[in-house]
Design a protein around this ligand. Structure first.
Ligand SMILES: [Zn+2]
Length: 186
């Protein structure tokens, strides 16, 4: 296992549409191991492979609270098959857009089909944090970021800050006061 670097806005790879995993082999298992190590270290509760620069449709997640035992989950080729009409607003953050948090409106509940690490198909209905996190990560593998769901004014402000920082080779100064890692969706 190895911790990998998380790519940060405005890295163009964040806009790639990731490829489906054709075969769950040793390299996919190694990728998943690295993703967990990187995600736990960050710390974040979810990670898409493209966030470490690998354009494959692989998502890792662990929604366990600090005092709970680890609960790692892997979603390979995840796909939303149903969305509720009802929507809810939740605060999101992203490891690829560090220290910025904003409220995002998404469907309250979704159904997602995916493969596990053994290649076995599953379909689950998700709501609450799991629904938010799955939608955030499935967006990532489609080249979509959570800032695409906020106002253009706010999105342009964030993009400008990150472009400027990248040019100077400096980290971005936190845009939000709130640094609670649980909001680092992934
Ligand atoms: Zn993210």
């Amino acid at each position: 296992m190895a911790k990998r670097d998380i790519i940060i806005l405005p890295d163009k790879r964040l806009r790639l549409k990731s490829d489906p995993v054709a075969k769950i082999d040793r390299s996919v298992r190694a990728l998943v191991d690295d993703m967990f190590e990187t995600m736990y270290e960050a710390p974040g509760i979810g990670l898409a492979a493209i966030q470490i620069g690998v354009p494959q449709r692989v998502v890792t997640m662990d929604l366990a609270k600090k005092d709970e035992p680890k609960a790692p989950q892997v979603f390979i080729n995840p796909e939303v098959t149903w969305k509720s009409d009802e929507k809810a607003v939740a605060e999101e953050g992203c490891l690829s857009i560090p220290d910025y948090y904003e409220e995002v409106e998404r469907p309250t509940a979704i159904k997602v089909k995916f493969l596990d690490l053994d290649g076995k198909p599953h379909e689950i209905e998700a709501n609450g944090l799991l629904a938010t996190c799955l939608q955030h990560e499935i967006d990532h593998i489609n080249g979509v970021l959570f800032i695409d769901h906020i106002s253009k004014l706010k999105r342009d402000m964030v993009l400008k800050k990150f472009k400027k920082a990248a040019k100077r080779g400096e980290p971005v100064k936190p845009l939000s006061e709130d640094k609670e890692p649980s909001h680092h969706i992934g």
